[in-house]
Design a protein around this ligand. Structure first.
Ligand code: NAD
Length: 506
């Protein structure tokens, strides 16, 4: 008799197709969809973490000598592996962190996109040529690889964020050691295996990618701390909660290492009287309920102008009431589970605090189904921006507030400690431009007529204040993975000094 088709039965076949053989051990992997145990795998030790960092450092010393466009060729092969396995990896991500199918696939597409970007970038690591004040002199900037890049990633983008970092770090000439989220180790093993396969193909075609270029550490926070504490790790790129960043940032700074922090958000949208309400409804619904509210860019605060409040809120409530919550692998479901019971408890606690602060809660009920931690997304009408509204609760809660004065609302928009993403829905050019101006949104991402989530890889991604200040992905974010040297060349036969200084030694 064939065994019943459970996720635990499906995962080994998925992993096998992606070339992953698990080493069994004590570390369990669960699916938030059913709560079932998918596997129990081996955890790396502190000694193995040290060895991976050493191997990466040795690899870096060789990799930095490979011309950047050749390094790009490795990333091109990696993108081929990802294209070939998009369906399997996307499904594994959905199974392991509970994303709906199109979002699991979208996560892998984002990996492919950043690889393509990095391949082009491998021929564009440009530095300036600078006019010198001295005759017969030339100044320029050159960009050099940094060393070992430690990547610490969060559960909610279990593989994309690593690839944002790794694609750029590799073309920039660095080696990478990755500590994925302890809640998404299987996705990490699969994604890592694809890069390993690309490395093998690259070397088979005559490339020179050294062993140790692509380290992976499976385990808990202590392995992240090993990256943070090691002076051999030149850059720590850490994505996760502000609590984590508060610990990581000062430790890396104390050893004069570099950190790139991508931390929590508390993202808002302002809906002005001139907004197109149909478009706004779709934008708000996706940004607030997508990924079950578990995106760093999830919309959490909504400021509705009082002239449209009564027209818009009932439509939003209807959208919330109609959205299907349940198994994210099923068609038509838009909201899957929260990652675990702790997340569900945190959601219920925030809703209780909102009620205590005078809020009116619509939705948010726990949904008993399939053994996972499910809840209906919650809309909370608040009289003011107080209590839980000021914090990031990593769950689908949208706090709705009424406003009348645009400038006062901009102030409120910026009042929270986080500064990741933001948006305004308006057809008033003055409001739109003000929102994007120096006195507008104080976030790293500011949008007009789209919600705050769902960024493309072409732009630099990241935020200000307690979001950590880091930028990764597109634009010139690559500069974080390199060190800059300023060079002055004298092609004359005298030695004039800058600023007219004289120093004649006779
Ligand atoms: P988390 O902070 O619990 O864990 C993130 C990672 O950090 C994990 O790999 C964990 O093992 C590691 N870690 C935790 N403490 C550490 C320490 N002291 N030293 C070294 N490593 C440590 O976050 P999570 O629950 O996995 O993810 C959700 C959070 O991540 C949310 O706050 C969300 O906003 C944030 N996030 C931010 C971005 C962004 O780009 N700004 C992207 C995704 C997620």
């Amino acid at each position: 008799m064939r065994p019943p088709m459970t996720l635990a039965n499906e995962v080994p076949a998925l992993l096998a197709r992606m070339g992953v053989t698990l080493t069994s051990g004590a570390l369990p992997a669960h699916s938030p969809i059913t709560g079932e145990r998918l596997a129990a795998i081996a955890e790396n030790s502190a000694a193995e973490a040290g060895a991976a960092i050493d191997a990466a450092q040795a690899a870096f010393r060789q990799w930095r000598n490979v011309p950047a466009p050749k390094r790009g060729e490795l990333v091109r092969l990696w993108a081929e592996e990802l294209r070939a396995h998009k369906a399997d990896l996307g499904r594994l991500v959905s199974i392991e962190v509970g994303k709906v199918v199109s979002e699991g696939l979208g996560e892998v597409q984002e990996m492919i996109d950043i690889c393509d970007f990095a391949v082009g970038l491998s021929r564009q690591l440009y530095g300036y040529t600078i006019a010198s004040e001295r005759p017969d002199h030339r100044m320029m900037e050159t960009w050099h690889p940094l060393g070992v890049v430690g990547v610490i990633s969060a559960f909610n983008f279990p593989v994309a964020v690593w690839s944002w970092n790794t694609a750029l770090a590799l073309v920039c000439g660095n080696a990478v050691v990755w500590k994925p989220s302890e809640k998404a180790n299987l996705s990490a093993l699969a994604a890592h295996a694809m890069l390993e396969r690309a490395i093998a193909r690259f070397n088979a075609e005559g490339g020179k990618a050294p062993a140790g270029l692509n380290g992976l550490l499976i385990g808990g926070r202590a392995l992240g701390e090993a990256l943070v504490d090691s002076p051999k790790v030149a850059l720590v790129s850490a994505t996760g909660s502000t609590r984590m960043g508060r610990e990581v940032g000062p430790k890396v700074a104390a050893r004069f290492g570099r950190s790139l922090l991508e931390l929590g958000g508390n993202n808002a949208a302002i809906v002005s009287p001139t907004a197109s309400l149909d478009l706004t409804l779709r934008g708000v619904a996706f940004a607030a309920m997508g990924t079950a509210g578990q995106r760093c860019t999830t919309l959490r605060r909504l400021f509705l102008h009082d002239s449209i409040y009564d027209a818009f809120l009932p439509r939003l409530k209807a959208a919330y009431a109609s959205v299907k919550v349940g198994n994210p692998l099923e068609q038509g479901v838009l909201v899957g589970p929260l990652i675990d019971q702790g997340a569900l408890d945190a959601m219920q606690k925030a809703l209780a605090e909102a009620r205590a602060a005078g809020g009116t809660v619509h939705g948010g009920e726990v949904v008993q189904t399939m053994g996972g931690a499910y809840a209906r997304p919650a809309l909370v009408e608040m009289l003011d921006q107080i209590g839980p509204v000021l914090h990031e609760t990593f769950a689908p809660i949208l706090y709705v507030m009424k406003y009348s004065d645009f400038d006062a609302t901009l102030e409120k928009h910026n009042e929270v400690p986080q500064g990741l993403s933001s948006s305004i829905f308006t057809n008033d050019m003055r409001e739109a431009e003000t929102f994007l101006s120096a006195r507008g949104s104080d976030c790293g991402i500011a949008n007009v007529n789209i919600g705050p989530s769902g960024a493309e890889i072409g732009g630099a991604f990241g935020g200000e204040k307690e979001t950590g200040g880091g930028r990764e992905s597109g634009s010139d974010a690559w500069k974080a993975y390199m060190r800059r040297a300023t060079n002055t060349l004298n092609y004359g036969s005298t030695l004039p000094l800058a600023q007219g200084v004289t120093f004649d030694i006779g």
